[in-house]
Design a protein around this ligand. Structure first.
Ligand SMILES: Cc1cc2nc3c(=O)[nH]c(=O)nc-3n(C[C@H](O)[C@H](O)[C@H](O)COP(=O)(O)OP(=O)(O)OC[C@H]3O[C@@H](n4cnc5c(N)ncnc54)[C@H](O)[C@@H]3O)c2cc1C
Length: 494
């Protein structure tokens, strides 16, 4: 008899939901995580009297009372819904390009249209047409993802879905500021409007406008800890500070794993939440099918991030924050901003999260927890000499502070605690190549239409769950783990 029925490698969102789903269905599961806490990206850490959220800016997928969406059912299914307190953000975001754009969009369709009309008069009917297109493309995209035959899908999906966001925005609007304000969520996918498929932006905007953006009280760590609790309560076993080093196979089929302390654990199924390069690299070279090698060779390691976590000795109002989420860009040239993500030139765009507008409970009374984030590839950081690293990262951090000064002048004077994470920090904590936070570059070639790593590992007993095998982000990875576990359970029952 095997030591376990299944081993899950990695306790990120997808690893946690996969492990909990399996164990709760009676599959004896070992969860192995190289870090000392559960969550992967979905964690927090303490500095002084502050706790800092690592990754979550806006949680999608919860929905509101009377219109619950998929994550509520997922948390209920894992028995953790009552342990978690969700905090709703009422604004979608504030978009700022100094001297060009300053508009706050409420998180509802008509409020957002009103705000855009007030900021860019004369565009209301165009905005409404654009919003209708978002709803139509998203509706039919979801139907297609759920397997509706192509002949029953409305042609709008095929005509508009794979066009670039830039082309669709250009069709609707003349004002560059308005296009920038509507397209600013591109950084949540990591591809600029000229490379981003319209259907991806449509899905993102739809998710937040229809089902609202949320935070979790206690941060994403509270969510990760609750899901781990569900797994342990069901009898699962977890090992932290332990990495899986090899995935063991016999006659091409998975038979277990070897841990970094040399211990071999037998199991008929392995679910990997680690990156694809690492996962396939843990197999004997001869076991990796040519189809997989060819596929991996065509993919591009995705973007990482540079984050400034700050504990500020002032309230959000004193600092000038009016919304939880603000995007500040130096100009509307998103292609230039995207190109700059491979260099150390001053940050050209930041996402500002003010976690005490809708308080998540981390900052002491009278203080505020704020993070500034810009996307960056690891390339530029790989070239920094170790002796120059600290100086370089603090100098780069100053450029993010320069940008946030546009909406919170004098913020530097209120800094009490600060911590800086570069793409190398992400790589170290996650173990992912390039410190990539959404897996592979989420460009058109990664669409669910063209690839399905999650369904086809080509190695019996190996299952992939998480950002590298599908779509990055919180909602997609939480759902991926559950989906992969359910598929595994169905295959056992068959
Ligand atoms: C700073 C930042 C901001 C972000 N902002 C947002 C946001 O606002 N909204 C959003 O939706 N998404 C956001 N993301 C992205 C999102 O957090 C991730 O896409 C998602 O959490 C990835 O989940 P995952 O299941 O793929 O696992 P990951 O979080 O990537 O975790 C993988 C886990 O596997 C472990 N592991 C790897 N190798 C091994 C091994 N050999 N043995 C054992 N364990 C191993 C790692 O230690 C890690 O814990 C952000 C990410 C970051 C870092």
């Amino acid at each position: 008899m095997n030591d376990y029925d299944a081993v899950v490698i990695g306790a990120g969102n997808a690893g946690l939901t996969a492990a909990a789903t399996l164990q709760r269905a009676g599959i004896r599961t070992l969860l192995v995580e190289r870090h000392n806490v559960p969550g992967g990206c979905a964690t927090s850490f303490r500095r002084g009297r502050f706790e800092f959220e690592v990754a979550l800016h806006q949680l999608s997928g919860l929905g509101v009372e009377g219109q619950a969406f998929s994550l509520r059912a997922l948390f209920e299914g894992l028995g953790v819904a009552d342990e978690l307190e969700f905090v709703q953000e009422h604004d979608l975001y504030r978009a700022v390009v100094p001297g060009v754009v300053d508009v706050t969009l409420p998180a509802d369709w008509s409020g957002a249209a009103d705000a855009l009309e007030a900021a860019f008069p004369g565009n209301r009917s165009r905005v409404e047409r654009f919003f209708q297109l978002i709803r139509d493309v998203t509706f039919w995209q979801i139907a297609a993802m759920r397997g509706l035959p192509a002949e029953q899908i409305d042609p709008v999906l095929f005509q508009q879905g794979l066009r670039s966001l830039k082309d669709v925005l250009d069709d609707h609007f003349d004002d560059e500021g308005l296009k920038c304000a509507l397209g600013t969520y591109w950084c949540y996918v990591g591809q600029p409007p000229s490379r981003l498929r319209f259907q991806d932006l449509a899905l993102t905007l739809f998710a937040y406008l229809e089902f609202k953006p949320w935070h979790v009280r206690g941060g994403s760590q509270a969510m990760s800890t609750a899901i781990l609790g569900s797994f342990l309560k069901a009898g699962g076993e977890a090992r932290f500070n332990t990495a899986v080093e090899r995935i063991l196979t016999r006659r091409g089929k998975v038979v277990g794993v070897r841990l970094d302390d040399g211990q071999e654990v037998s199991a008929g199924d392995v679910v990997s939440n680690a990156s694809l390069p690492l996962t396939y690299g843990m197999l004997d070279a001869g076991t990796v099918p040519a189809a997989v090698r060819d596929d991996l060779a065509t993919r591009r390691i995705g973007v990482s991030g540079f984050v400034l976590h700050m504990g500020l000795d002032a309230t959000p109002a004193e600092l000038g924050f009016t919304t939880s989420t603000t995007f500040v860009n130096v100009d509307t040239d998103d292609d230039r901003t995207f190109a700059s993500m491979r260099s150390l030139e001053p940050a050209r765009g930041i996402c500002v999260s003010s976690y005490d507008i809708a308080p998540i409970g981390f900052a002491p009374t009278g203080a505020t927890h704020v993070s500034l984030m810009t996307l960056q590839y690891a390339d530029a950081w790989d070239k920094v000499a170790p002796a120059d690293y600290a100086r370089t990262k603090f100098a780069y951090a100053e450029t993010l502070l320069d940008l946030v000064e546009h909406i919170a002048p004098g913020i530097r004077d209120a800094i009490e605690e600060v911590d800086v994470a570069t793409p190398l920090t992400m790589a170290r904590y996650l173990g992912h190549p390039g410190g990539a936070i959404y897996g592979y570059d989420q460009d058109a070639t990664e669409s669910w239409l063209f690839r399905n790593s999650e369904r086809q590992t080509h190695v019996p007993g190996l299952h992939l769950a998480g950002s590298w095998a599908g779509i990055g982000g919180f909602q997609p990875t939480l759902e991926a783990g559950t989906r992969v576990a359910r598929r595994l359970l169905r295959s056992k029952a068959a």
